[in-house]
Design a protein around this ligand. Structure first.
Ligand code: KG4
Ligand code: ZN
Length: 347
């Protein structure tokens, strides 16, 4: 398999990694969380400027850590979609420049395909077809993985992404940004059954509900109403119980839809990816439900669940081996469905 240096700058992590044969030779992630935390969320213009400052040191560090030189690299990759346009531009331009200077092929990568490939980094024996639950700050998708570049989107969120819901609820509980890790920690000391909260459901025109699509904005509003009510009744909010009840509801909703989807499609293997895949409540519920239904769930380690460039390099290496390369005129896209991945290559 090809050896690829990849750059990931789609949001608020500047990441560079080198992957060879699904082995990670180096994996550098410079997080910007501290810079954005004071704004309560990611500020796109600030992210672009941070990427500009951090990109060259990260590239140098990734090369040094891998103990390879440019002659050992077959191709240069970068995330080109979806994401913040200014942020994506920094990583893509750096990758194209390196490709030109060192006469390597350039491979544009879809960020969500990268999250799917995070599973292969930890479980090299995993083979399609499998179902991938992708839950991050920007996405909540159930994707049927058929092969490299071949995906079917079976479920998605109709409003907020799961991570976005964690971040918004954390903000209204005044817990800071990002919300997922702090809610997860607090939930461990709270009672998940303390406050019954609604699971969002998507009505179908012909009646009934969509089996795999999610909605989290109603849940967020329910937490807001509950907090307003509790503030009238008490001086100290039961923060841990609120965090646990919210987390339990999100985890139950995602688990139910994922298991149902796997059973309906007769798929035995489920992989999970994205920042929310780090959530202990979701991991626990999904694992329990999978055991009951005799399904196998693959949980990549947290460093591969949150944004990183090793997953991007892993996806690019597979495309490289299949002769899928990108034109140097390829642009970045803020949105691109995962089903359209092959648009990025001249095959
Ligand atoms: O995949 P990721 O690093 O970036 C995106 O592509 O969005 O995901 C970031 C999201 C944030 O919304 C963050 O709050 C959430 O993942 N997150 C968590 C946990 N760790 C990170 N959500 C729930 N529980 C966690 N332990
Ligand atoms: Zn991501």
């Amino acid at each position: 398999m090809a050896t690829v240096l990849a750059i990931e700058t789609s949001c608020d992590e500047t990441a560079v990694a080198i992957v060879k044969n699904r082995n990670v030779c180096s994996n550098i992630v410079a997080s910007q969380i501290a810079v954005h935390a004071s704004y309560g969320g990611v500020v796109p213009e600030v992210a672009s400027r941070q990427h500009l400052t951090l990109i060259n040191p990260c590239i140098e560090e990734a090369l040094a850590e891998s103990q390879l030189d440019w002659s050992g690299i077959d191709a240069i990759a970068a995330t080109v979609a979806p994401g913040l346009v200014g942020a994506l531009m920094v990583g893509m331009t750096a990758a194209k420049t390196l490709a030109l200077v060192h006469q390597k092929r350039f491979i544009g990568v879809h960020h969500l395909e990268g999250h799917i490939y995070a599973s292969y980094l930890s479980y090299p024996a995993l083979v399609p077809p499998f179902l991938c639950l992708l839950v991050s700050g920007g996405h909540t998708s159930l994707i049927l993985v058929k092969d490299c570049g071949k995906y079917e989107q079976l479920g998605m969120t109709r409003d907020d992404a799961a991570g976005e819901a964690f971040d918004k609820v954390a903000r209204l509980l005044k817990l800071g940004y990002p919300g997922g890790p702090v809610i997860d920690k607090l939930a461990k000391t709270g009672n998940g059954k303390a406050f019954p909260l609604p699971v969002g459901r998507i009505s179908l025109p012909e009646g009934g509900y969509h089996p795999y699509d999610s909605s989290f904005s109603g849940l967020k509003t329910a937490v807001l109403r509950l907090v307003n009510q509790l503030e009238k009744e008490t001086d100290t909010l039961p923060i841990a119980d609120l965090a646990a009840s919210f987390q339990e509801t999100v985890a139950r909703s995602l688990t139910q839809k994922t298991i149902q989807c796997a059973l309906d499609y007769g798929i035995k293997a489920i992989a999970i990816g994205g920042g929310v895949a780090a959530n202990s409540g979701l991991r626990h519920q999904l694992q329990q439900a999978a055991i009951e239904k005799n399904l196998q769930v693959y949980f990549p380690p947290l460093k591969f669940c949150t944004d990183n460039a090793a997953m991007i390099a892993c996806a690019a290496a597979d495309h490289c081996d299949r002769g899928h390369f990108s034109d140097l005129n390829l642009g970045v896209r803020s949105r691109l469905p995962i089903t359209e991945v092959m648009q990025l290559y001249q095959v």
